[in-house]
Design a protein around this ligand. Structure first.
Ligand code: AMP
Ligand code: GLY
Length: 422
């Protein structure tokens, strides 16, 4: 089979490494891919949002199945466009990808179908939003409606910060049209859990839970990033909580999307907060998480392509989705300065024995040299019987990789290990 993967970061690399385990896969193309992915797939420089070029490439290269991994092509209708030329895809159509593409849509969906989430108000008028801010409980959370490269959420600790956030989104258009509508919501507290789930629109099969580490600094300090590391499973997510989430969140969300005529297929990502009043949805993503995928897929014992195809064919109920009972850890190495400005083009040395454990997010090839080419450069992923062992192995790998200015957090998994001792 010829497989096409749309995207070019660590998540796509992790997906490709797993897809390669299926013996019927003959060729994997990745658009655009990156210099590290090039070791595992044929990378072609077509941008992930260039839908017309993606469809043309797929039609000309006898693609049997496509995996559309990032949010923007999904929201733009890449699956619809590929389906229109007869190519089956993993991922939702645009009318279902809106669950991530519009926070106003997802909040209203949760309210209508009684799915637990933070209380909120929607505004499309700046004066009304500013008036509301004067009486809103502080801290408060302000979210731009549309996709904003993961940066459209501001937790305002003071009323001044809340006012500034509204003005920068709605008047100064910091996130462009995404700020035409905003959501102002209740600040929730509790451990965060990421749960990715396969669904064919009929049944929903959650994957092993995970924990992201979004801040740049140790101890969850400093600026937000695309994710500096992940561990799985998340020890805060007990079997009782998992059962409650299935009943109050996962199943109701699938049913709600069907009731709205927006059947969701592919991977639905539930960003949850385990609040003192029970689990609540912080956000939905219409895709695999990055870097959650890097720790979830190595624990998947079932064949990934088979499960993906079952979500497309509506046969997920009779398809086994089995995870190992071990643990996984991913430590991200970033360019010095990230998430602020940073230099690119630094040569990397990755020892051969780490090849299977390195997931490349931002790199390019220069002849046979691999050069850094992004903020997050790579992740070292290890699995083991226990989280502690997986973390020790991942950090041992990190220490063997060099590039100028390399930065990584020293405390990935520390919070999870502490939670396991409680
Ligand atoms: P998002 O971009 O939606 O994932 O939000 C980024 C981060 O902001 C989340 O991972 C949470 O840590 C935090 N966050 C979002 N919404 C809330 C909320 N209502 N209460 C507290 N924290 C939140
Ligand atoms: N790790 C968070 C995300 O993929 O959005």
């Amino acid at each position: 089979m010829n497989i096409l993967v749309v995207g070019g970061g660590g998540r796509e690399h992790a997906i490709i490494k797993k897809l390669k385990q299926n013996p019927t896969v003959t060729e994997i193309f990745c658009l655009p891919g990156n210099g590290g992915i090039a070791a595992d797939a044929k990378c072609v420089s077509i941008g992930a949002t260039d839908i017309d070029a993606i469809v043309k490439f797929a039609a000309e290269n006898a693609i049997d199945y496509a995996v559309v991994a990032p949010d923007d092509p999904l929201v733009l209708g890449c699956v619809d466009a590929l389906n229109a030329v007869g190519i089956k895809c993993f991922g939702p159509r645009a009318n279902a990808a809106i669950i991530e593409g519009s926070k106003v849509f997802s909040k209203n969906l949760m309210k209508k179908y009684n799915i637990p989430t933070a209380a909120y108000e929607v505004f499309d008028d700046i004066d009304a939003a500013l008036a509301y801010i004067e009486t809103a409980p502080i801290p408060t959370v302000i979210k731009a409606d549309g996709l904003a490269l993961g940066k459209g959420v501001i937790i305002a600790q003071t009323r001044d910060e809340a006012r500034d956030a509204v003005i920068s989104m709605m008047r100064d258009k910091q996130f462009g049209k995404s700020g035409d509508h905003i959501v102002v919501e209740e600040f929730l507290t509790g451990p965060e859990v990421s749960v990715l789930a396969f669904t064919d629109g009929k049944v929903v099969k959650p994957m092993v839970s995970s924990m992201d580490h979004k801040r740049i600094g140790d101890g969850d300090t400093g600026l937000n990033t695309g994710g500096m590391g992940t561990i799985a499973p998340n020890p805060c997510y007990t079997p009782d909580i998992a059962a409650e989430c299935m009943e109050t969140i996962f199943r109701p969300t699938i049913d709600a999307m069907n009731a709205e005529g927006r059947t969701f297929t592919g991977c639905l990502y539930f960003g949850l907060m385990l609040t003192p009043n029970g689990p609540k949805v912080i956000e939905y993503n219409c895709r695999f998480g990055d870097p959650e995928t890097q720790v979830v897929l190595p624990l998947l014992e079932s064949d990934l392509l088979t499960v993906m195809q079952a979500t497309t064919d509506g046969t997920l109920a009779e398809t086994e989705v089995k995870f190992s009972c071990g643990a996984a850890a991913c430590v991200i190495m970033a360019s010095g300065g990230y998430p602020g400005s940073y230099e690119k083009g630094k040569e990397m040395t990755i020892p051969a024995e780490l090849h299977d454990h390195v997931i490349v997010a931002g790199a390019k090839l220069d002849g046979d040299k691999l050069l850094t080419n992004g903020g997050r450069v790579l992740g070292v992923v290890e699995t083991a019987d226990t989280l502690k062992e997986a973390l020790d192995k991942a950090y041992a790998g990190v220490k063997k990789i060099e590039f100028e200015g390399a930065y990584y957090r020293r405390d990935i998994g520390a919070k999870a290990l502490a939670a396991m001792e409680d």
